[in-house]
Ligand binder design. Structure first.
Ligand code: 5AD
Ligand code: SF4
Length: 485
């Protein structure tokens, strides 16, 4: 699992279109919550709707179909869905008075976990479908139009990745020069706090040939960087062309041969599945970026055991040392939960000391949220809300200091930056460093999709500021006057 926020803007804005252009056709508005896999799934839903004449829009007001692609990982994420559904009910009633259709669908992990309950709490919803059902969207919509709420949460064993039509080259390009590619789904680890094994199901890995075909399609459309996704991505064991299961290291080696794919990333990894081959790939393959999201959750052995993490603090620290031996400059990031049931102040202090010991480039910190149906939710000894909040603040302060120190260590260095999109001010572009930092540079829009050397001059809370190494001095001055904030 992964705490990284989704990196995606509304579709029409990415395409640089005014929303007025989109209203002539049937349009779908998809609101994506949660992890990157939901971002990937939302794009697949859009692809599944293309044959029905739908086009993605970022204008909720005019959409004929609205889908909330939801996240169930913490209570807050799930509750947001119900407040959004309240708003949609009002819009739908207004539309009905005008004689216009507005179908409402709830997809993703809340749909999977709550199914029928969603129709009970929000009767204006037309269809509820889980992450394993979106390839049947055309048929689900047909049934929903008959006026009975549809609930589809079965794991039917279809290869949904193959059923959904591949996006056209133009659609891929419109989504940008970086792309997500799901290679593995589900989780067999059963951490005691986590809903994922229930909402996403058992681990499955897509065959190497299918992943390769998708990666080649992306590269041919101009994608330069692919992030392989899986809830437990480094547990990947897809069938190889030789009929044997291939590990993630094998897959990355093969993908590194795809012309045009200059950068490869993957997320999210479990410490138990970080094998020697994957470390060798980080050591040997320049295409594999020096960045690794490796959630540890806690620094206390007792809590790690209660979480059923299947590794100790020492296992994690030794693994970090091996990773750094393979790739000394690697940026490590992690996820942490504070206030797990029974966590004492001394155990929380062990989390702080682990953070001090490792030194993270960034980290995502969460207050424990009991999730119905998970083993930890029925443990006694739930930590007091106020205590949890206070621990969260202390951990966040430490993590922020480390993130700033990591950014500051980039000043004066020259990094290779992949330019992704225009910046906030004219003449600026935003790109990514190998360490996944946002880098703001004065450069011509023609550079989008190219990689260039950038010297870092300054840092901002969430980005680095730099200039092109090969840019004339005047161009750099223009950027300096741009008033970055
Ligand atoms: N409460 C709080 N945080 C959680 N996470 C997963 N389940 C819970 C929960 N019940 C966090 C973990 C995971 C990240 C995606 O979300 O840190 O790695
Ligand atoms: Fe959830 Fe643990 Fe699986 Fe990650 S490894 S998805 S936290 S059960």
């Amino acid at each position: 699992m992964d705490g990284n926020p989704s990196r995606r803007e509304p579709a029409a804005r990415r395409r640089g279109e005014s929303t007025a252009l989109v209203t002539a056709q049937k349009s779908v508005y998809i609101k994506t919550y949660g992890c990157q896999m939901n971002v990937y799934d939302s794009d697949r839903m859009t692809d599944a709707l293309v044959p029905l004449g739908y086009r993605e829009t970022d204008s909720l007001d005019t959409a004929d179909l609205v889908i909330l692609n939801t996240c169930h990982i913490r209570e807050k994420a799930a509750e947001k869905v119900y407040s959004e559904l309240g708003r949609l009910r009002v819009m739908k009633e207004e539309r009905a008075l005008e004689g216009r259709e507005m179908l409402v669908g709830v997809a993703g992990c809340v749909a999977q976990a709550e199914g029928q309950e969603i129709l009970r709490r929000a009767p204006s919803v037309d269809m509820v479908f889980g992450p394993q059902s979106y390839h049947r969207l055309p048929e689900i919509m047909e049934r929903a139009r008959l006026g009975v709420g549809v609930v589809e949460t079965d794991f039917d064993g279809d290869d949904k990745f193959e059923v959904v039509p591949a996006p056209a080259r133009q659609a891929i390009r419109a989504r940008g020069v970086t792309a997500f590619l799901t290679v593995q789904e589900g989780c067999d680890k059963f951490c005691t706090f986590c809903v994922v094994p229930y909402t996403r199901g058992a681990e499955i890995s897509r065959p190497v040939g299918k992943v390769l075909a998708e990666a080649e399609r992306l590269a041919a459309a101009g994608v330069r960087e692919v992030t392989l996704l899986g809830q437990n991505v480094n547990g990947y064991h897809g069938e190889g062309p030789d009929g044997r299961p291939w590990g993630l290291g094998d897959l990355l080696r093969r993908l590194a041969e795809v012309p045009g794919l200059d950068r490869l990333r993957y997320t999210t990894s479990h410490p138990r599945d970080m094998d020697a081959d994957l470390l060798a790939v980080h050591r040997d393959l320049p295409q594999v970026m020096p960045y690794l999201h490796l959630p540890v959750q806690s620094g206390s052995d007792r809590i790690l055991d209660a979480m059923n993490r299947r590794h100790t603090r020492d296992d994690y620290l030794k693994l970090v040392a091996r990773i750094r031996a393979a790739r000394p400059d690697i940026a490590l990031t992690s996820d942490f939960i504070v206030g797990f049931p029974g966590e004492t102040e001394a155990e929380f202090a062990e989390t702080l000391s682990l953070v001090e010991e490792v030194g993270f480039a960034a980290a995502y910190t969460f207050k424990y949220s009991p999730r119905p149906g998970t083993p930890a939710a029925s443990l006694g000894d739930q930590v007091d809300e106020a205590v949890g909040s206070e621990r969260l603040l202390r951990l966040q302060a430490l993590v922020n200091r480390q993130q700033q120190a990591f950014s500051a260590s980039m000043v004066g260095r020259t990094l290779e930056v992949l330019f992704e999109k225009p910046g906030r001010y004219p003449g600026q572009l935003i790109g990514r460093s190998p360490y996944l930092q946002s880098v703001v540079v004065a450069a011509d829009a023609a550079r989008i999709g190219t990689i260039a050397r950038v010297t870092i001059e300054d840092i901002r809370p969430n980005s680095l500021m730099g200039h092109l190494v090969d840019a004339p001095a005047e161009a750099v001055d223009v950027a300096g006057a741009g008033g970055w904030s």
